[in-house]
Write a protein that binds this ligand. Structure first.
Ligand code: ATP
Ligand code: MG
Length: 577
């Protein structure tokens, strides 16, 4: 038995530590991460993954990956593959413990037979609509089905025939016989099996009846010998049902503990809503860099370390609340600041000709890749007579506090020389097309013998050498901090931020970036963190995603200070129950 003292204790870890002290499970800790393969994993799932795999590691236990694939209608192999890729990418390993609820279909069928034989389950012949009508409400008890008192023999016969495909879908179900008057609706004779003549991604057309999620989930945990079934809060009301199944069947009974699911400001975190975003074409796919899916975040440039750190910081609670997206971004910036190489990119290029620099001459300057980490090395950057600077780093009639380039003003070009603007050229539309400048040969390396002070330092690239690129800038998918998604297509569309994607073309980046592999991350000086798009970028057509800007707003959000402009929306998010 091991435990990691540096790990912050939370109520679940306390329970597990106590179980270990008492030897409750014979010293075992065994968890699982149980996604349904009906969508891509999102940042909410990351919380569950970090929790389940994290606990197994910290307490010397094991964690299974189990795909709860009980619904053949909504499941696809594509989802299974993406789930496995995402869990691995986050940094976790299920070793050889990759399981599927569908692996237990025979056993679950056997459990159903056992309940029928005990008189604890019956075949119902009401339609779905009739079952709903009999169910009652929170204030009204339900009514027994007229088929509830079928004999064991009759039930066994009908269930067998359901399994053999003799009946049409919707004509019969198998239900537990519990209590139609229970205050807990989940205990009002829930359906255990329904007839579905669908092809299953693993069992093919072998089965004509499929277990309901509720009948499969708890028993699958039991079959796997799970000690602690960690679930989100909405399963609290299902726990009495899961307990009932396990007790009636007399099989291994894991301890279920519920925790609050992650909600995130400006973000939709349910597969149903994410599927809408994809199906209604609001995004380019599950891995659109604006999506809160792990594949979208990976493509955007998020690091697994930053996501794990975020999951660690938000901790665990028993009450639902909403985490601030600024905290997630803060974790990302901290990691990227430490690990990314610096490079120069001009997103909105303005041509600069340095008149006293010889034509055809190229000088190579050594630049460090990281200001604080020499282990990231240096690179050579070329300087020549024509360069690009950022269009908004120049102003013809600058206000007082503008320290960048303007006529007659001197600035430092990062890593190279000082330049002074001498004149401005315009195209026929009157737009500035070129700046004429002079450089000071004595200022090589960023200072001069006379030690004169220069306030502005600009990033730039050599026009002769720079590579062209497309750069994609992202904003939140939803306008409001706590979006009101509504139920229909119109309200959903209204909640969307129509400016969540901005595509810049004709950007100029350091030529070495042509060689950067898909997914590699950089800091573009003064612009933020960027990564090479994994899907669309190639040597012929470079595409960069802006992962995140440089400006960290977490401290401000934390201090609950209204930002400049008095946007009151941004106060602390209330707890929801
Ligand atoms: P969604 O609500 O997004 O559709 P789900 O709960 O149906 O997701 P599952 O595939 O069943 O998705 O989830 C697998 C595991 O991840 C479950 O144990 C579930 O409780 C957990 N999980 C899902 N969403 C969150 C979340 N937002 N925060 C924490 N855990 C989550
Ligand atoms: Mg679910």
């Amino acid at each position: 038995m091991t435990s990691a003292p540096e790990q912050r204790m939370d109520f679940i870890r306390e329970i597990i530590a106590e179980d270990l002290r008492r030897g409750t499970w014979g010293g075992r800790v065994h968890t699982r991460f149980p996604p349904e393969p009906n969508g891509y994993l999102h940042i909410g799932h990351a919380k569950s993954i970090c929790l389940n795999f994290g606990i197994a590691t910290e307490f010397g236990g094991k964690c299974n990956l189990r795909l709860d694939d009980t619904n053949p209608m909504k499941e696809e192999e594509e989802y299974v593959a993406s789930i496995k890729e995402d869990v691995r990418w986050l940094g976790f390993d299920w070793e050889d413990r990759e399981y599927y609820a569908s692996d237990y279909f025979d056993q679950l069928y056997g459990y159903a037979l056992a309940l029928i034989r005990k008189g604890k389950a019956y075949v119902d012949s009401l339609t779905a609509e009739e079952i709903r009508q009999h169910r009652g409400t929170l204030t009204e008890p339900g009514r027994n089905s007229p088929y509830r008192d079928r004999t064991v023999e009759e039930n066994l016969d009908l269930f067998r025939r359901m399994g053999e495909g003799e009946f049409e879908e919707g004509t019969h179900t198998l239900r537990a016989k519990i209590d139609m008057a229970s205050g807990n609706l989940n205990l009002r004779d829930p359906v255990l099996y329904r007839i579905m003549k669908s092809f299953h991604h693993r069992t093919g057309d072998r089965w004509k009846v499929y277990p309901m999620y509720d009948f499969a989930h708890g028993q699958s945990d039991s079959i796997e010998g799970i000690t602690h079934s960690l679930c989100t809060l909405e399963f609290e009301d299902h726990r009495p049902l899961y307990d009932w199944f396990l007790e009636e069947l007399g099989i291994h009974h894991p301890r279920q503990i519920e925790f609050a699911r992650l909600n995130l400001t400006y973000t939709a975190l349910s597969k149903r809503r994410l599927l809408r975003l994809v199906n209604e074409g609001h995004v380019s796919g599950w891995d659109d860099p604006r999506m809160p899916t792990l594949s979208g975040m990976r493509r955007r440039g998020y690091t697994p370390e930053s996501i794990r750190r975020f999951c660690d910081l938000i901790g665990l609670a028993k009450k639902n609340s909403t985490a601030e997206i600024e905290l997630l971004e803060h974790c990302l910036r901290e990691d990227l600041n430490r690990t990314t190489r610096r490079t120069m990119a001009v997103l909105d290029p303005l041509r600069v000709v340095i008149e006293n620099y010889p034509e055809g001459k190229v000088e190579w300057f050594e630049a460090d890749n990281h200001p604080d980490d020499p282990s990231l090395g240096t690179r050579k950057i070329p300087f020549s007579r024509e360069i690009f600077i950022e269009r908004d780093d120049f102003m013809e009639a600058p206000p007082k506090k503008f320290f960048r380039l303007s006529p007659g003003r001197e600035v430092r070009l990062k890593h190279t020389y000082y330049i002074t603007c001498t004149s401005v050229e315009r195209d026929t539309d009157g737009r500035i097309s070129t700046l004429r400048c002079m450089y000071d040969p004595e200022s090589r390396g960023g200072s001069t013998p006379d030690g004169r002070k220069i306030k502005g330092t600009l990033h730039w690239v050599s026009a002769l050498h720079a590579a062209q690129a497309q750069v994609r800038l992202y904003d939140y998918l939803f306008k409001d901090k706590e979006p009101d998604f509504g139920d229909n297509q119109e309200s959903f569309a209204r909640a969307l931020n129509s400016n969540s994607l901005k595509v810049l073309t004709g950007c100029m980046v350091e030529q070495a970036l042509r060689e950067a592999g898909p997914g590699s991350r950089f800091q573009f000086l003064r612009h933020g963190y960027f990564c090479v798009d994994r899907r669309d970028s190639s040597q012929e057509g470079l595409v960069f995603n802006r992962t995140i800007t440089l400006r960290d707003s977490w401290a401000r959000v934390q201090a609950q200070e209204p930002p400049p402009g008095g946007d009151t929306q941004r106060g602390k998010v209330s707890s929801k129950t």
